[in-house]
Structure formats: C-alpha cells, structure tokens
Design a protein around this ligand. Structure first.
Ligand code: ADP
Length: 269
C-alpha cells in the first residue's frame, strides 16, 4: 500500500478519523516486518544515491506538537549512512534570520547532490505558526504560498527532489503523548507549557495546515498526508513513499572507465 499526494482540487477535512491507519494495511508483527524490509531497502537505495550524486532529496516533516517528527526521523532513516544524511530543525527565527527574507535560512540548509536532507519543521512554519499567531500581517503571509511554490520549483529544476509529509494526529492522540511526556521523566524535557496554547488553537492550525497542504501540493513538490496515530504505520507509509521516489530515479554506482579498470593489472602485490 502506498499513500497518494494531496490533490489540491479536493476538500481536505483533516478530521481526527483520518489519523487512523488506512484500511488494508497489515498490523502487529506483520507491519513491523514490512517496515524492516522498507528500512533496509532505503539503506541500499541511499548508498547508490550517495555515490550517484545526480540528485539531492529533501524530506520535509511537518506536524503538530507530539505528532512524532523526531521518532519518524529515527525510524525511517535507521538503516541509512549518516554521512549522506543531514537533519535541519527550524526553531523560532533569530534576529539575524528575521532581518532576511523568510527563505534565507532555509536555502542555506538545502541538501547537496548525493545527500538526503530532512527538515524537522520547515519554511512552512512561515504560513502556519506565523499565520495562526499573527506574527506578520495577512498581506505578508498570503503571498508566501506562491513564493514557496516558486522556491521549491527552482530547487527541483536544480536537481533537488522534494517530498513533504504532514504527520496527521488526532486531538486524543496528542493528549496521550502530552500525558506520556509529563509522566515519563526521560520525556519531560520534550514538553513546553506553550504546547498547550497551541493545542487550544487546534482549529486555527487545522485551517492553516489545510491551506498550506492544498496550495502547495504541486507536481514538483507534493504533500502527503500521513495518518500518524499509529507509529509503525506512519513510519512504514513514509518509508514506502521515499523508496518509490528514490527507485524511480534509478540511482547507479558510477563505473570506472576502461583505462582506470586496466590499472588493476599494474597493482603491485
Ligand atoms: P520541536 O520542533 O521539537 O517542537 P521546539 O519545542 O523547540 O522544537 O519548537 C520549535 C518552535 O519554533 C515551534 O513552536 C515552532 O512553531 C517555532 N518556529 C519554527 N519556525 C518558526 C517561524 N518561522 N516563526 C515562528 N516560530 C517558529
């Protein structure tokens, strides 16, 4: 089973029930087994992708607090060579970042050819939290959807393949995750009191996510809505999309020329 990109011409309700694993997906040990197979396959594809160096892959992860962005990164890229991956996490911008256009800090960490870049949050915060919390006026953020589409198109035309995943969790699941963070001492550090302010703005965020996903799911940089209440299902669905995308690029190990291969005979024992 593979999930399809968000279709901008169709309504996107983002109801809680859409956060449950899709019907038809195996569960339990069988799903864990399928995930392990896909993780392994991603490791193999990444190895060739790194050697090939024709493209870069940018994986954007967005989701509400406690939707599992960190856990997704740990699991999906488990079998990858860290040398070919880099994670960029986007926090509230610094004064220097704020004194530039909103894509300035983003462009600097776009992955180089041969590597996979993972964005833990991204330039989409500039049409999400920024919109919901009125950090800039509407006349500023309303143009950003087009600016983002233009920016992403420019990147794709320059060899960057872009996949964007929205980790969709239900309000109940977020409550469970917050309770766990407040109960388990090894997870306390993940909880911010401000998380509850954002939870109180659930509906406003839903509207902002809906617009971001529909206005910016393009041919060149599709958004995928990932049902994320169940972790193994989430990880499996994301890994599968990445693998299908990478294998369509047919990454190959560069072969040495005949002249270079002939050097084999001259190697001294
Ligand atoms: P995590 O991603 O694990 O939740 P933090 O708890 O440090 O990490 O949260 C990062 C915070 O930075 C989030 O609340 C996010 O909304 C905020 N942030 C990211 N980008 C921007 C931005 N462009 N403008 C304002 N806030 C932002």
């Amino acid at each position: 089973m593979i999930i399809k990109p968000v279709d901008p011409s169709r309504p996107l309700p983002l109801h809680d029930k859409g956060a449950k694993p899709p019907k038809g997906l195996p569960n339990g040990d069988e799903l864990k087994r399928l995930l392990a197979v896909e993780q392994e396959r991603l490791g193999e594809l990444q190895s060739a992708f790194y050697a090939d160096r024709r493209h870069a892959l940018l994986v954007v992860l967005q989701g509400r607090d406690a939707s599992g962005k960190d856990g997704t990164i740990r699991s999906v890229f488990d079998a990858c060579n860290p040398q070919g991956c880099q994670v960029a996490s986007f926090k509230a911008p610094t004064d220097l970042e704020l004194s530039h256009d909103f894509l300035w800090r983003v462009h600097q960490v776009v992955p180089a050819r041969g590597t996979i870049g993972i964005f833990n949050r991204s330039h989409y915060e500039d049409v999400l939290v920024v919109r919901v919390k009125n950090l800039v006026p509407k006349r500023v953020w309303q143009h950003r959807y087009r600016q983002i589409n233009d920016f992403e198109r420019m990147l794709t035309e320059n060899g960057v393949v872009i996949l964007k995943f929205f980790l969709h969790i239900s309000k109940d699941e977020q409550r469970e995750q917050f309770l766990e963070r407040l109960t388990d001492p090894t997870k306390n550090w993940k909880f911010r009191a401000g998380d509850l302010d954002d939870r109180a703005l659930w509906g406003d965020y839903t509207r902002a996510y809906r617009d971001a996903l529909r206005k910016c799911s393009t041919r060149w940089a599709p958004w995928y809505l990932v049902p994320s209440d169940h972790r193994t299902a989430r990880n499996y669905l994301i890994t599968k999309v990445i693998n299908e995308t990478l294998s369509a690029l047919k990454p190959e190990y560069p072969r040495a020329s005949k002249e270079v291969l002939a050097l084999k005979g001259t190697l001294a024992r």
